[in-house]
Design a protein around this ligand. Sequence first.
Ligand SMILES: Nc1ncnc2c1ncn2[C@@H]1O[C@H](COP(=O)(O)OP(=O)(O)OP(=O)(O)O)[C@@H](O)[C@H]1O
Length: 207
Amino acid sequence: MQVIVEGVGFSYRNRQVLDQFDARFESNRVTALVGPSGSGKSTLLAAIAGYTRPQAGHVWFADPDGQRKRPSVEQVTWIAQDANVLAARTALDNVLVGALSDGSPFSAASERALTALRDVGLAHLMNERCRTMSGGEKQRVAIARSLASDRPLIVADEPSASLDESSTRSIARLLSTIAGRATVIVATHDPVIVEAASAVVRLRGDL
Ligand SMILES: Nc1ncnc2c1ncn2[C@@H]1O[C@H](COP(=O)(O)OP(=O)(O)OP(=O)(O)O)[C@@H](O)[C@H]1O
């Protein structure tokens, strides 16, 4: 699914953050969304994910046959900066939340959750509670949850913000792997993530 941003404008009260912004995010690739702090990366991600509506312009989700639809939150998973996992639950429980989100029966969802945990290299920790995990492991659980939810668009907002370089490299690799199955958009300041991305969209931030 391609994401098309056309002439998007967004203001918070009298602070204009986005003005006539155009971009395309292609399917099956990781696109890094970069720009100075405050340039509107998180604001644009929220509009793309359908969490907010731009005051001007449009965001479209385009099928391979070119048919355009409005953004819908059911098609999106969000990977946050601080690995928003349920700390008191196991890695498997956290990933099951994603796998069950499309109404799949429990047995099929469990299978998908286990596969996703294997894909992120955490099968051996599936029964560990997330509170005992490192930041990098928690972020991998969050990525596995996105994978298990099997949605066409994955949006990540500074997913490596609190990670060391080796964990960041592993997150960058995983995002590239996921892109085989989804459109991945990642807002980042991190050169490691930008380098691993296959396209870059830049916000100027001097409105
Ligand atoms: N809810 C809000 N109300 C008012 N202003 C906001 C709100 N959210 C963001 N802003 C302002 O809008 C601008 C863009 O914020 P946004 O978080 O989208 O930028 P960003 O590029 O993601 O920044 P960073 O790289 O620092 O995370 C900033 O100046 C911010 O202070």
